[in-house]
Design a protein around this ligand. Structure first.
Ligand code: AMP
Length: 214
């Protein structure tokens, strides 16, 4: 099963993607996580990506597409995968469609987690992330067991630079300009499904399972 998660930054698509990956036994592929891992390890890619990420801008397609194509060609992705944060532009979506066509495959589902802008800014200010293992929390809806500490690896959890309010506004406008057109793109491909992302996350997940099947 090959799934794309769509939705504004902060819509909760990462949380849902992780649960989908667990339930269906497919890898969760998050371009944001891949970039953050590269930043942490001080790679050339990480240095380049950071300049864009810190401003709330998108990392250029040429730095992003090959990375994803290499990742989905790996062995653990042969029965499917869930993409989180990719594609984010029409050229990225076209590159993905073309790469899959070459091997006689196509995406099965594009799931849009729909949350209005008003809710997003509030949510993002409460978001906390572990820069060590990538786990994400929310101070109200998904608090860690011990305040400020990651449940999974024990590192400190922080408000990511790109989740700060001024950057969130920029990311939202980038989303509307560059990513939202993907909703129509996948509608035309006949694989778009929308879920209400404003309800509690367990309910969001139930709606997604109803779409994907038990
Ligand atoms: P995320 O964790 O998905 O919210 O991504 C964090 C940041 O990484 C974004 O604001 C972008 O700067 C960058 N990024 C992640 N995925 C992509 C992508 N597919 N294309 C371009 N930039 C991306």
């Amino acid at each position: 099963m090959k799934i794309i998660m769509l939705g504004a930054p902060g819509a909760g698509k990462g949380t849902q993607a992780k649960q989908i990956a667990d339930k269906y036994g497919i890898p969760h592929i998050s371009t944001g996580d891949i970039f953050r891992a590269n930043i942490k390890n001080g790679t050339e890619l990480g240095k380049k990506a950071k300049e864009y990420m810190d401003q709330g801008a998108l990392v250029p397609d040429e730095l992003t597409c090959d990375l994803v194509m290499d990742r989905i060609a790996q062995d653990d992705a042969k029965n499917g995968f869930v993409l989180d944060g990719f594609p984010r532009t029409i050229p990225q979506a076209e590159a993905l469609t073309a790469a899959l066509e070459k091997i006689g495959q196509k995406m099965d589902f594009a799931i849009d987690v729909d949350v209005p802008d008003e809710n997003i800014v509030n949510r993002m200010s409460g978001r906390r992330a572990c820069l060590n293992c990538g786990a994400t929390y929310h101070i109200v809806s998904i608090p860690p067991k011990q305040e400020g500490i990651c449940d999974r690896c024990g590192s400190e959890i922080v408000l990511r630079d790109d989740d700060k309010p001024e950057t969130v506004q920029k990311r939202l406008s980038v989303y509307h300009e560059q990513t939202q057109p993907l909703i129509e793109y996948y509608q035309k491909q006949g694989i778009l499904q929308s879920v209400d992302g404003t309800v509690p996350m367990e309910e969001v997940f139930r709606s997604i399972v109803a779409i994907l099947g038990e």
